[in-house]
Design a protein around this ligand. Structure first.
Ligand SMILES: NC(=O)c1ccc[n+]([C@@H]2O[C@H](COP(=O)([O-])OP(=O)(O)OC[C@H]3O[C@@H](n4cnc5c(N)ncnc54)[C@H](OP(=O)(O)O)[C@@H]3O)[C@@H](O)[C@H]2O)c1
Length: 222
């Protein structure tokens, strides 16, 4: 039985991680910011913790909330898209802050909070996006979101250097998935995406520390 922490699990990919790990018999701790999200997690038999990843006080309480737990796997899943811009429209400052705080600052605040709770060579995964890849970029749609995921990948890389020999840190692209964020016209179901990401995480070796994977195991360019 694995011990797993899923951050941002009220719905979408995070809740699907909870569902699949519970179905596999794993001990799951998962976070959400709303009563509805906490109830959805508890309904799957997981331990639910309240956490608003964009709130500094809430983030700073995670370490004591998970005191005594040891995790084989931690998945950072909470994220927001922001406006679906098509060109170089400057974001409003409030939206810039919301997207960057949720997608980047949260990981920088929460990673230090979970380090003490990591089992030896635990897997630490950032659910990032291929849209954050600079090498694979073909258009500038949703450029604020793209910038946030590129920054998240940088955060993951620094974590991989800091935790080398202690954990295996990776960024994951979940595919284009039919969730509230991905929309009804996306390529794949959450079940397929999460099954793929779980399989990638299960087969990670120490030499994969600091890598960027597609949900099907393909290595992605930065
Ligand atoms: N779907 C795709 O095609 C796709 C593609 C590439 C990457 N991704 C990434 O995959 C991750 C999950 O996306 P999804 O498709 O599952 O999106 P989603 O259905 O929109 O779910 C987003 C999740 O993030 C949580 N969240 C947002 N802000 C939060 C905050 N301040 N505090 C706590 N939780 C917060 C939401 O909680 P609330 O219910 O409280 O809002 C929700 O659980 C994101 O990081 C996203 O960028 C998705």
């Amino acid at each position: 039985m694995s011990h797993v922490l899923i951050i941002g699990a009220s719905r979408g990919l995070g809740l699907e991680f909870v569902r699949q790990h519970r179905a596999a018999g794993d001990h799951v701790v998962a976070t959400a910011r709303s009563d509805e999200g906490l109830a959805a997690i508890e309904a799957l038999g997981a331990k639910a913790l309240r956490l608003d990843v964009a709130n500094m006080a809430s983030c700073s309480g995670l370490a004591w909330q998970i005191d005594g737990e040891t995790f084989d796997q931690v998945v950072f899943c909470a994220g927001v898209l922001g406006t679906r811009t098509s060109g170089l429209q400057p974001p409003l400052e409030a939206e810039f802050d919301q997207v960057m705080h949720t997608n980047v600052l949260a990981a920088m605040r929460l990673l230090p909070q979970v380090i003490e709770a990591l089992a030896p060579m635990a897997r630490v995964a950032m659910v990032s996006s291929r849209m954050g890849s600079i090498g694979l970029r073909e258009n500038p749609s949703a450029w604020l979101y793209r910038a946030s995921k590129a920054a998240l990948n940088s955060v993951m890389k620094d974590a991989s250097l800091q935790l080398a020999g202690r954990a295996i840190c990776v960024s994951l692209h979940p595919g284009w998935v039919r969730t509230d964020m991905g929309g009804a016209g996306a390529d794949i179901e959450a079940h397929t995406s999460v099954a793929g990401m779980r399989s990638v995480l299960a087969t990670l070796k120490p030499e994969h520390n600091g890598s960027f994977f597609n949900y099907d195991g393909q290595v992605l360019a930065w």
